[in-house]
Design a protein around this ligand. Sequence first.
Ligand code: ASP
Length: 439
Amino acid sequence: MGFHMQIIIALLLGLKRNVHIFIGLILGVLVGWKLPQTNFPQVYNVLNFIGEGFINIIQMVVLPLVTSAIIIGISNIGDSKQLTKFGSKMLLYYGIITIAAVSIACATAILLQPGVSAKGLINSEVASHIQEYVNNAIQYQKENLTQIFMDIIPKNPFEALASGKMIPIILFTSIFAIALTRAGEISRPLVSFFESIFAATMKVTDWIMYLAAPGIFALTATAVGSFGIEVFTNISKYVLAFCIAIAIQFFIVYPLMLKIFSKVPVGKLFGAISEAIMVAFGTASSSATLPLTITCCEKRGISNRVCSFVLPLGATLNMDGTAIMQTIAVIFLTQMYGIELTPLLIIEISLLAIVASSTSAGIPGAGLITIALVLNGIGLTPEQLVIGFSLLFTLERFVDMFRTILNVTSDTVVAAIIADNENELDYELLCGKPIEQKV
Ligand code: ASP
């Protein structure tokens, strides 16, 4: 190996891990762009293998992590008054942040009218049938909502664990953890057991992160390499509306939330979670990113009490990016199929997107599956809108990567605010120096 090469390798190895991941990401974009999948199928077989392997291995720790984190989180908070305070704050902030997301999504989709340019793809007979279905919506919606609430209750918690159904698992674990705290001293050995599981899963996560750079490289290259530039023509406005909405949420709403409800410096927080943001982008999975999200937040001063309570719940329930995508996508479909977009319909779509996004698992593509719930709510099924849906699918991975960044970031914003409010944030760790207290 030449001397220059040795220097380059030494320099690369000396860089921080998030720089490695960033280089992987940029190289992934370049490879995907320069080597289209159709021309180099063999290369993509290898890249797929590496990328999927990385997602699988990182997901391996998610279940033990979520269950142990919730049990530790709830038992650390201890008395029920504190728990109610933490829980209600969490729901309040998650609520505000998601309502802001959906409102921004509605505004951008209504202003930009992304579906109108794709209207030509739909014949008028199909469009009038679709309108009929929408008119018969209410009954259908009621039936589905009841079913969703029933599905949240795990009849068999072990079955829910085995099939990785996150919301039922969280419900069961939370009830179990509250019971453990009420049981008092006798539950201490079991809580210690979960503390050991948590510590071990965090260690495994640290090891897994050595694979992050090649994993993110492979995932990004596969995503970029699979969509040709031509798909942009019919859905460019949809992508534009989506990008504007997520940019507003990321650069305006999150900093505003931090400023209004806490004294957390936004730059420091975003810097602290930069590794998690890149992994969220590469994996398009907030569950898979969760171990790293927790590590980043704890390393930079958010207490374990807050992280282990707020982040696992957020990774499952708080999905701003998904809610934005679902709102814009459904409005895109209604415009494309010429459905009359009344104010009532817009409100319905927004509320349904909030519910549907929080039932989405934190895995790639989940949001485009639970979007069926929003459509069912307004009387439609994805099969009826097959042309529109296939358009949405063309850039799904790309949209997914960006919405997952939001899903992860908004959890950390809420965790930081709660940590600040409850004196659970070490500002020296976050900022590198003590911060002056607001009076
Ligand atoms: N991929 C997203 C996540 O993991 C979920 C979605 O598909 O919207 O957060």
